[in-house]
Design a protein around this ligand. Sequence first.
Ligand code: NAD
Ligand code: UGA
Length: 429
Amino acid sequence: MKLCIIGVGYVGLVTAAVFADFRNFVWGVDVDKQKIKKLKKGEVPFFEPKLKELISKNLKNKRLIFSSNIGAAIKQAEIIFICVGTPAKENGDYDLRYVFEAAKTIGKNIKKYALVCIKSTVPPSTTEELRKIISKYCAAPFEMASCPEFLREGSAIDDSLHPARIVLGVESKKGKEMLLKLHQQIKAKKYIFNIKSAQLVKYAANAYLATKISFINSIASLCEKIGADIEQVTQGLGSDPRIGDQFLQAGLGYGGSCFPKDTWALISFAQRIGYDFKFLKEVDRVNQQQIDKFIEKILQICKGSVRNKTITILGLAFKPNTDDMREARSTLIIKKLQKLGAKINAYDPKAVVNAKKILKNVSYFNELMPALNKSCLLVLVTEWPEFRKIDFNKVKKIMKEKKVIDGRNFLDSKKLKALGFQYQGIGRN
Ligand code: NAD
Ligand code: UGA
C-alpha cells in the first residue's frame, strides 16, 4: 500500500520503518527540515534500539522515502497517518495545533480518495474538528480513521511488531478493510471500534497504567510508616492474576512524554464535557508529591542540608533505554536540589546531550566513576541496567560520604549495607 506518515518523531518514525518493512511504499514527511536531512542519510535523531537498522534497510530497498515535500507525499497516498505531537500546554490542557496544521496540509493536497488515520493521541472530539478542516480545503472524497499507538520508548520496534492488541477506529467497511490489510502481518488481536471508543481506549490505557504506579507509590508510603517492604508487598500483590505484576514498580513516579500529558489531557477533556475527574487528579497529585517526598529523604540522609554538598545523579532519561528527557523525573529533582544549594554531578549512558539543553549548572560526565569522585551522596534516578554492575568496592573509596538513595529500588541494598553504605530506597524499611 502507499502510505504517507506526517510527523516522523518517535511514533511516526517507528510506524514508517515497520510498515516499510512489511513491503509497503512509505513516505515519511516532517516540517522539521533538519530532521529530514539527517533521516535521508540514515541518521536517527534519537536513541531507540533496532530503529536505525530497520530504517537503513528500508532506505536501501527504496520502500522508505523521507521528504520535506509533504504535499507530494499526501497526493500519492492511499492512507495518510497523522503522527505529529499533541503536547500539554503550560496549564496541562492539550495543545492540538500541530494536528490541526497537519489536517490543513492534508486538505490542501488530497487529490483522490484517501483514508486519514489519526495515530497521535487526541481527545475523542478531535476527529470531527479535523474532518471540518480537511473538508474546507478539499474536494476529493476522504474518510477518517483512528489507530492509537501503544508502543513504549526503548522497546518501540518490538512493541510495534508484537503488540498486546491493535485498536482500529473506523467509520466504514472500506476503512476497516484497508486498515486490516495494512496490519495483516501483525499477529495480534485486532479490535474494530468506532473512532471515539478507539481514542478513549488510548487515554484510558495510559491513565490506568499511571494509576497503578501512583497506587503502588501510595502503598510504598504506608510501608515506610510501618516498617513493611514494598518489594515484598508488590510480589504478593502482583502474583494475583487479576491484578498482575506489571507497572507496580514503586519509585519516583511516572515521567515521559505521555503519562503526565495524557492524564492531564483526560482531566481537561472530562472537564470540558462536564465531568470532574477527581480520581485522576489524585493520581497526578500522588505523582507530583513523590518528588517532594524524595527531596525530604535526601535532606534527611544529608542531615538537614545539601548546601555546597556534591550530589551525584545516576540516570537522567525518563526511563532506561531512551535518551528522551521529556518530563524526566531527574529534571525536577535536580532543579529542587540546586535551589537548596547542592552541587550536581550527573551521568547517563545516553541522555546527557538532551539533558544539557534543559538543565544548566550541572557537571556532566561521560563515565560513571568520575561522576562519583568526592561525592557526598549517590542518587539513582533511572534504572539503567549498567548500574547493577557498579563496583561499590571501588565507589566506597572515591566517595566523600558512603550514602546512597535509590529512587527505583534497583541496587542490591544488602550488599551496599554490608559494604558500609547508608542505603535508602522507596517503601523499604
Ligand atoms: P515527537 O515530538 O517525537 O514527533 C512529532 C513530529 O511531528 C516532529 O518531528 C515534528 O516536527 C512533526 N510535526 C509537527 N507538526 C507537523 C506538521 N504540521 N506537519 C508535519 N510534521 C509535523 O512526538 P511523538 O513522541 O512521536 O508523539 C506523537 C504522538 O504520538 C503524540 O500524540 C503522542 O502522545 C503519541 N504517542 C507517543 C508515544 C511515544 O512513546 N513517544 C507512544 C504512543 C503515542
Ligand atoms: C507509555 C506506555 O507504556 C505506552 O503503552 C504508551 O504507548 C506510551 O506511554 C505513550 O502513550 O506514549 P513510555 O512513556 O514509553 O510508554 O514508558 P513506560 O515504560 O510506560 O514508563 C512511563 C513512566 O512510568 C516512566 O517514567 C517509568 O519510570 C514509570 N514507571 C513505569 C514506574 O514508575 N513504575 C512502573 O512500574 C512502570
